[in-house]
Every structure is written in C-alpha cells, then in structure tokens.
Ligand binder design. Structure first.
Ligand code: PMP
Length: 448
C-alpha cells in the first residue's frame, strides 16, 4: 500500500476538509526546489513548503551541521542551562536587528506571537500599568492558530467556532495605497483611550490575507504614533523575515528615521525550513521591566523544546547560507525576475492585480467570482498547478509564489507559465472542470 492510502486511514491534515479533498501526495525525498513523490513524479515547490524553505530541500550544508549537532548535544532543558547554538544564534541575530537586545526561544510562529503578546502585556503590568491591556491589530491579519494568536487575527471563517472565547482587540485598516490616512486616524482614535498595550502587525505584507502589501512609509507613521503614546510595537516577521521581502527583514525597509519595533517574532525561514523553531526578540527596556529580585515579576513562559540545540544549529547554518554573497545574489535575481514577469501577468484578462515585493509575487484574479478563501475556482486552480508539476496553493483567488532562493531561472519561468495557466482557467469553466479531473493524475514535471 502506498503512503497516500495508508495516510488516508490514519491521518488528519491541517487546513484540510477531508470530506472533499483528494488524498495527500506521498513525498519520499526532496532536493533543491523539487519534491519527489512516491510515484516518481517531481514537483516544483513554488510556495517553499508553507513559506519556510530558503535554500532548497535537504541542503547538504545544513544537513552536515545538524547531524554533527545531533551527535554532540541533541537537547537540554533551557531553564538553568544554556548551550553554544542558542547563545551564538541570539548573538548573531540580535546584531542584525537594530534596537533588539534580548532573544526568547519558542517552537513555531504562533508561539513566537504568543510570547510577544504576553511580554507586551506583562511589561505594562510589571510597570504598574496593568490597565494597558488592549491590542491593536490590522483587519485581515493572521498570526497563528493558538488561542492568543487567533484572538489577534481576523475574525473570519478560520476562527468562527471560537469567536465567543477570543479576547477583544481593536482593528485598524491596512494602510494600502489610498487608505493610509484612514489607518492613521483609526490608530490615533484607538490610542486616545489610553488602554492600549501594543500594536501588532505583519510588516509590509499580510501573507494569509492574500499577500496584501503596504508601504514602509505608511508603517513608519503608525510606529511613530505608537512610540509617542508609550505603546509597544510588535513586528510579526514570521513570514517576512530572512530575505522574503528582498531585505533581510521587512522592517529593514523602514526609513532610517522611523522607530524600530519594540518586539519582533520569527519562525518559518529561521531554520531555513529544516526544524520547527520560534524566536521573539525585544528591547532592553522590555527585558528590564521583568528583571528584578522579585521572583513574581519573571516571565513565566516556556516549552519543553525551548531553544532545542539541533534547531538552533539548523538556524545558524541557514544564516551562514543566507548571508553569503551567493544567496543575496539569488534574492536579487528572483526579485528582478518577478518584477519582469509583472507586466505580462497584469495584462492577463483574468487578473485584477499583481503584487510584488522581493521574492514574493502575488496575482489576484478578478474573474470567476469575488475575492474569497473559498473562491469557487480555488480547487481547480490548485489542480492546474499540480498538473503543471508545480505546487502553488492559492489563497482563494490569490495565486502567489514564494520560491526557495535556490530556484533556477528555468524553474522561475515554469512558475510564471503556471501562474498564467492558472489565470487561463479562471476564464474557462470547462478548463476548470478538466483541471479537477486531472488532479488525481498530474503530469510528470521534466526535471532540468
Ligand atoms: N504569523 C504569520 C505572519 C504567519 O504567516 C504565520 C503562519 N503562516 C504564523 C504567524 C504562524 O506560524 P506557525 O504556522 O509556525 O504557527
């Protein structure tokens, strides 16, 4: 029995309606930007395996470092103990993050956000400002699936069953072009109440909302308002960190005079896509609000695998690769190729808008119905990509690619051709039907 069949008998997959979906594809190995399925087919990983992979799969440099670490120290509790990979990773990352002085490890993106929220709230509490417990977030934001992360994310279908249990937050519009003043006014009004603890945001790109982009100048204005009101700012760089936006971090696009965030959250690309690891960094002022001879002022948060040495080692190896001239060149190359693809994609009759920032390219379809995660064509679009030997999971009617940085020029051309083929489907209901039928038997992608 193959993996797909065995899986179907015992597994429950994330974000999957098993009553409608086809079986999960069994992947037996992966190398570079390609995933090899159990039936011998290869798929180009156009979304970097949920936005985590930076340097290609099964990278030999990361594998060697991880395997050495596994034989040296695989794990140790992180309360009362420390180790070289955790210390070195914190030292190296903090040196790249202006204003950030302390690093707190956790397990994934959602927990990095949970840590940030708890840090911000207890910061005010420890300083005698416990009345500051309101959080301001962007409408349509997404920060993860744990309860705190759900509470600060959009009230949409993802969280509908839990709405009554989620704490209340204030939402402001995303300052997309033309709505900057509205966002400023909404933040201003929220701050006036004097009860805001922090403003949490996805810097420059709201990923899950559909790769919605806004400018660094607009963000700078919001950060300035918060700073003046003694309100902490929290950048969720879980998706945008580690080169995705063309710079090392999305906040590196901020104008030099803009305030930097007080707290930043990282995961996904942190380990290059090798291991689960979360990281929350903060300023010295925040850390100092917890440091005391009074034990009750400590930060009571931790996970069994906090700062796992193998995960930290994967992150260090990924950072070595990321900072290399080769990788920086790849990021520039992908960004230029994406930019060059925009005019043709934007001219496609099914396309409403094309958004591009760094290695992120998104194509919003106007045809086939209104923008929605449950867009009627979503499954046909996904099937079309698979039929082209490419993994591109659309966010409803928003098609996008965030390739691993090792993607070749030929593979980039394959991605743009696939995006075009997906847009073609939106114009042709018969093609959409046909695409759904081919999903079970995708064609073979020729490996170049
Ligand atoms: N924040 C952002 C901006 C994200 O995009 C995501 C995941 N897509 C998360 C947090 C949650 O990360 P994780 O899935 O690792 O919990």
């Amino acid at each position: 029995m193959n993996l797909s069949t065995r899986d179907a008998a015992v597994l429950w997959h994330p974000y999957t309606q098993h009553g409608t979906g086809t079986a999960a594809l069994g992947i037996v190995r992966a190398e570079g930007a390609l995933l090899y399925a159990e039936d011998g087919r290869a798929y180009l990983d156009g979304t970097a395996s949920w936005w985590v992979n930076l340097h290609g799969h099964s990278h030999p440099y990361i594998a060697a470092k991880v395997s050495e670490q596994l034989r040296t120290l695989e794990h140790v509790l992180f309360a009362g103990f420390t180790h070289q990979p955790a210390v070195e990773l914190a030292e190296r990352l903090l040196a790249l993050l202006p204003g950030q002085a302390r690093a707190f490890y956790s397990d994934n993106g959602a927990t990095a956000v949970e840590v940030a929220l708890k840090m911000a709230l207890q910061y005010h509490y420890n300083r005698g400002n416990g009345h500051r417990r309101r959080l301001v977030v962007f409408a349509d934001s997404y920060h993860g699936d744990t309860f705190g992360a759900m509470a600060v994310s959009a009230r949409n279908v993802f969280t509908r069953a839990f709405w009554p249990l989620l704490f209340d937050v204030t939402t402001i519009p995303v300052p997309v072009p033309g709505r900057e003043a509205e966002a400023v006014a909404a933040l201003d009004a929220a701050l006036a109440a004097g009860d805001v603890a922090a403003f949490l945001f996805e810097p420059l790109i709201l990923g899950t909302a559909g790769m919605v982009t806004y400018s660094a100048v607009a963000l700078a204005e919001l950060l300035t308002l918060c700073q003046a009101a003694d309100v902490l700012t929290i950048a969720d760089e879980v998706f945008t960190g580690f080169g995705r936006t063309g710079r090392l971090f999305a906040c590196d696009h901020l104008p030099p005079t803009a305030p930097r965030p007080d707290i930043s959250c990282f995961s996904k690309g942190l380990t290059g896509g090798t291991m689960a690891l979360g990281l929350t960094t903060c300023t010295a002022a925040i850390y100092d609000a917890f440091r005391s001879t009074d034990r009750t002022r400590a930060f009571f948060h931790g996970h069994s695998y906090t700062a796992n040495p193998v995960a930290c080692t994967a992150a260090l190896a990924s950072l070595d690769l990321l900072l290399s001239a080769d990788c920086q060149g790849d990021i520039t190359r992908i960004s230029a190729a994406h930019a060059a693809s925009v005019p043709a994609l934007a001219a496609h009759p099914a396309v409403g808008a094309v958004r591009h920032l760094g290695t992120v390219l998104a194509v919003e379809l106007a045809a086939g119905g209104p923008t929605s995660y449950f867009h009627s064509l979503r499954d046909a679009l996904y099937a079309t990509a698979l039929a082209h030997g490419v993994v591109l999971r659309p966010l409803g009617n928003v098609l996008y690619t965030v390739p691993p940085y090792c993607v070749t020029d030929a593979q980039l051309a394959q991605l743009y051709a696939t995006l075009t083929a997906m847009a073609d489907v939106a114009l042709d209901p018969a093609a959409a039907e046909a695409a759904l039928l081919t999903q079970a038997v995708p064609t073979i992608f020729e490996v170049d």
